[in-house]
Design a protein around this ligand. Sequence first.
Ligand SMILES: [Zn+2]
Length: 105
Amino acid sequence: MTSRFCSACNMPLENTSDIGLTTKEHFFCIHCTHQDKTIKTCTEIFEGGIQFFLNTMPDLNRDFAERIVRKNMNSLSYWNTRKDTCLQGPEASDEEFAEILKRLA
Ligand SMILES: [Zn+2]
C-alpha cells in the first residue's frame, strides 16, 4: 500500500486496519470515523486530537495541545472548505509544531 494519510487528522494510514472510511477523494482513519462509517464532526476530531497529545505527552497543557491540533487541522485541505469555529483561534508556531512532530517520531 502506498503512503496515505487521513484527510481529517493527517495520521499516516500504514495498514488497511487504520482506515475507517474511503471516499472518492479521501481516506479517513478509524479515529475520525464513527462505527456507522460517518465522519466525525470537526469538534469531535479536534477534541480527539487534543486527548491524543495530552495522553502521549503528559507535560503538555491543554492550551498548547489545542494550538497544535488547530495548526495541524488547518493545514489540511479537507478543513479549508469546512470552516468550523473550533478551528478559529490561536495556532502553534511552525517551530512549536516541528518540535512536537520530532517528539512523536
Ligand atoms: Zn483521522
